[in-house]
Design a protein around this ligand. Sequence first.
Ligand SMILES: *Cc1c(COP(=O)(O)O)cnc(C)c1O
Length: 379
Amino acid sequence: MSLPEDTGFGDGTRAVRAGLPDPVKYEPTLPGPVFAAHFHLPGEPTGPYTYGRDENPTWTHLERAIGELEAPGESVETVAFASGMAAISAVAFSQLRAGDAVVLPDDGYQALPLLRERLEAYGVEVRTAPTGGNAQLRVLEGARLLWIETPSNPGLDVCDVRLLVERAHAGGTLVAVDNTLATPLGQRPLELGADFSVASDTKGMTGHGDILLGHVTTADSARAAEVRRWRKIAGAIPGPMEAWLAHRSLATLHLRVERQCASALVLARALEARPEVSGLRHPGLPGDPSHAVAARQMRRFGSVVSFVLPGREQAERFLEGLRLVDDATSFGGVRSTAERRGRWGGDAVPEGFIRFSVGAEDPEDLVADVLRALDASAP
Ligand SMILES: *Cc1c(COP(=O)(O)O)cnc(C)c1O
């Protein structure tokens, strides 16, 4: 028990205590990482800890912590993975069989087309539709699984999770939500009715840009067992050190997310006033096409802002001109990063499209740096 009889606590209280074991005299608050390929196991080989690919006490603490953030006060199970893609693959490959249909977003994470290729090779029918306008509803009929990514990465479109879940469940379709961008402090997919909340914890969840990790949370213990079994088969397990670092990082999740989301809105407002900026997107901006739906289902709007500069050269000059913002991929870290997303070739975005991840710097410093780099990027 890490929290005395939860549900009424605030996000900060929950984050600092999430997943902690009961205090034991002379033991640390958060036990250190357990490095073990196998555990002493005389007699019958029953759990909880037998072999290192199946279970590890450091994962157990982290999985409890994530569950407490994903669904406060509810009984859920979380399975930690070596990366976000391992978590996504675990849901897809444990739930889908040849002959099933799955609905994926066509504007989601850039590795989804790779997943699509594999699923099709195994005889799964893959349908796609954009996130915006709840367009996935139109191809839902008879599908086994609906995969939602909201806000979508990198376009920041939002769909109505409650509505999609209601329609999916009416037709016997399971729903998974990729909650990477929002983190559980920004959005709780299980509360919105989803069967699985899935995330890359490489991003805002751990927030320091130094580990890869992922998780799946579900309230259905049979499905949790299927996902855990897939982890055992594929072997995409988190290292104990990564799992421990992730747990340690969760203690500051509320502070980081609060600061980064607030600064993202400040930056978005500053960009609104710039003539060279078009296609500005952030779900927290009252004028954003996503705002109304986002405000109904999100508790915080995320740390990512996206926008378009007039062409590749100007976007590159802008990135080079930034002093406080690293030109790097990924997002959600305490140090701001930005990139010209089109350089990867995987997303349908204009050449001058910038995905900007707002860090924990002082917002005045960050905005000044961005405005200066914009001035310097002018042709
Ligand atoms: C980064 C990301 C992933 C993949 O996560 P990894 O930890 O890199 O495997 C999946 N979904 C979204 C939305 C992401 O941003």
